[in-house]
Design a protein around this ligand. Structure first.
Ligand SMILES: Nc1ncnc2c1ncn2[C@@H]1O[C@H](COP(=O)(O)OP(=O)(O)O)[C@@H](O)[C@H]1O
Ligand SMILES: [Mg+2]
Length: 232
């Protein structure tokens, strides 16, 4: 459903991504993206969603070359995202923000999303007054609006404790199956990634180290040397 071919992104003379090729075969998959700070994870998300133009390479969705499409066109094709920082608007109720986005994107199953993300209890609360863990679920709910086929989540568990991260990943693993959406999720907690993700991509210094099943990536010597060796 998603194919990235020889993708490179440069910021001036900083090569943030270099020749990354990657494939996500199916819908309904939780796909983790790991790598140290500066590895190019956020840049990869930006290049897939169209926020950042690649200097080389192509992005295909369902076999169609979408490299030339902008963010809005890609959103219409079923690509949504959340950011490394929250997308919650301060001062308005959780439900109001969800309804606003749902009306813009012709979502007719907002109740289902609220239910799946267990947001009924905070629906009438002011969005920035609710617990941080609840805010992260609102972020994911916002990305689920409009029946996306592909969600890109950049560190949705940032700022959460280890046990809150596990709970969030339990939610994510359930939501991708229930709504048949693939989520590409950047996460620092490698234990959570190896436990919950169906597939994993490891980046380092803008290059692809490994991509495959958790077992394949865990046993990859490059991954062990460059990443797990220091983090574990
Ligand atoms: N807007 C930018 N301008 C210049 N350099 C950037 C910018 N964004 C990221 N970089 C650089 O690109 C590289 C990859 O960054 P990033 O994709 O944010 O990595 P990650 O998300 O894995 O931490 C880093 O060297 C970073 O300093
Ligand atoms: Mg980042």
């Amino acid at each position: 459903m998603l194919r990235i071919e020889d993708l490179s992104v440069a910021y001036g003379n900083v090569k943030a991504l270099e020749g990354v090729t990657l494939e996500v075969a199916h819908r309904g998959v939780l796909h983790g993206v790991i790598g140290p700070n500066g590895a190019g994870k956020s840049t990869l998300m930006d290049a897939i969603t169209g926020r950042r133009k690649p200097t080389r390479g192509k992005v295909f969705v369902d076999g169609r070359d979408i490299t030339h499409l902008n963010v809005v066109q890609r959103r219409r094709l079923g690509m949504s995202r959340s950011f490394q920082r929250t997308s919650i608007f301060p001062g308005i109720r959780v439900g109001e923000q969800l309804e606003l986005v749902a009306s813009q994107l012709d979502e007719n199953d907002l109740n289902g999303i609220v239910d799946t993300m267990q947001l009924a209890a905070v629906y009438d609360e002011i969005a920035d007054s609710i617990a941080y863990g609840d805010q992260r679920r609102v972020d994911i709910a916002l990305a689920l609006i409009g029946q996306p086929s592909l969600m890109l989540l950049d560190e949705p568990a940032a700022g959460l404790s280890t046990s809150e991260t596990v709970t969030l990943f339990e939610h994510l693993a359930a939501v991708v199956r229930k709504r048949n959406v693939t989520a590409l999720v950047v996460e620092h907690d490698v234990d959570a990634v190896f436990r919950f993700c169906d597939a994993i991509t490891a980046l380092d210094l803008g290059r692809l180290l490994a991509s495959g099943s958790p077992a394949e990536v865990r046993s990859n010597p490059l991954v062990i040397a460059a990443y797990l060796g220091t983090a574990a």
